[in-house]
Write a protein that binds this ligand. Structure first.
Ligand code: PRE
Length: 356
């Protein structure tokens, strides 16, 4: 067959695909009307998981799963647009890692709201100014993100989903490496590049700012300064990539949480996040953790933060594998409460959604 014939075939298939996509979209419009009438959140993470799994199972190739997943994520972004355009708050400005994660997860057909700090994301969602927010919670090399953990303590938002994204850091500047006098970034980013920074610079000062994208904006404005950030930030703010992939650990992954005011139903493959505090007495934390062991619930993560109310009193953040609605989880939560000053479930959500 000639190239022209092959391209004619592609054109015919494309026309059929457009028709099929719009046939799906017309059903989505009906789903939107149903939700309007009967209630129910526009974003349905449990259904999204089921759709993406079904697509992978149906895929016999030659397209890789990741291509189809990206297409379907974009299609579901279009679904939001048709049902009710969603507004999603992220740690801005544009070009931050949170922005990349948000766009990979929610696509091109939603509205994004860039805010200046993580607490504002919680406030925007809490007040209903944004439907959802995306917040970094943990990095594979640097550990917990304190600002996000602390914001959960006095917020009424829930966790409705989690996503993991590989993070590559770059030194961005408009001068030579040896001329850099100041380096801007987020404290957590410095922590992820600590070895590289100490091996590379003797004189340059590191200056902490609210986000890596804000750092890039600042480095673009002041001579002989650099930022550590994404390649997207370099493009957006007109900086050169002076050194690539400077993270100390090659598999540098950040876990982000999607926060909202909605609950996510079980999928059979879920995680639950808890926040609790215990009295400052010997064995108090162990008593709580033993409850989960005794109920056969596998703990996936534990973090602590000072309560800031009384010295040496802490808030604990624990994730277990399973959904809060299961009988096993209900019993464990009842029992755990007896050992806590206060315990709240931050949310149950589908486990382990990996972004490309
Ligand atoms: O099933 C729904 O609730 C929908 O809104 C449809 C749909 C889809 O396009 O398949 C869109 C968005 C949701 O997050 C999940 C699924």
């Amino acid at each position: 067959m000639s190239l022209e014939d092959l391209r004619k075939k592609i054109d015919d298939i494309d026309s059929k695909l457009v028709e099929l996509l719009n046939e799906r979209a017309r059903v989505v419009v009906k789903v939107g009307k149903y939700k309007d009438k009967n209630g129910g959140p526009i974003y349905a993470p449990h259904r999204e998981k089921a759709v993406l799994e079904k697509i992978s199972r149906a895929n016999t190739g030659p397209l890789p799963d990741k291509t189809l997943t990206a297409i379907w994520r974009e299609m579901m972004s279009g679904s939001f647009f048709l049902e009710r355009p969603l507004r999603i708050a992220f740690l801005g400005p544009e070009g931050s890692f949170s922005h990349s994660a948000a766009m990979l997860k929610f696509g091109q057909s939603v509205d994004y709201e860039a805010v200046a700090d993580i607490r504002t994301i919680f406030n925007e969602v809490s007040k209903g100014h944004s439907d959802l927010g995306i917040v970094p919670i943990e990095n594979s090399a640097g550990g917990g993100i304190d600002e996000s953990l602390d914001a959960f303590v006095d917020s009424d938002v829930y966790i409705c989903a989690e996503v993991y994204m590989a993070i590559h850091h770059n030194l961005l500047a408009n001068c030579k490496l040896e001329d850099v006098k100041e380096v801007y970034s987020k404290p957590e980013v410095f922590a992820q590049c600590r070895k590289w920074l100490s091996d590379t610079f003797t004189g340059a000062k590191t200056i902490a700012v609210a986000s890596s994208a804000r750092a890039a904006q600042m480095a673009a404005e002041k001579p002989y300064t650099a930022a550590i950030g994404s390649t997207a930030a370099a493009d957006l703010y007109g900086l050169k990539i002076v050194c690539e992939n400077i993270e100390d650990v090659p598999n540098n992954v950040t876990r982000f949480l999607i926060i909202g005011k909605q609950d996510t139903p079980p999928t059979g493959d879920d995680k639950t996040s808890l926040l609790f505090s215990t009295a400052h007495k010997a064995g108090a934390l162990v008593d709580v953790l033993e409850v989960f062991r005794d109920h056969g619930l596998n703990l996936a993560n534990i973090e602590s933060r000072p309560s800031k109310k009384r010295e040496w009193e802490y808030y604990f953040f624990v994730d277990f594998v399973g959904h809060k609605s299961s009988e096993q989880a209900q019993k464990a939560l009842e029992a755990a409460k007896k050992h806590c000053l206060q315990l709240s479930v931050l949310g149950s959500y589908p486990k382990n959604d990996k972004l490309l």
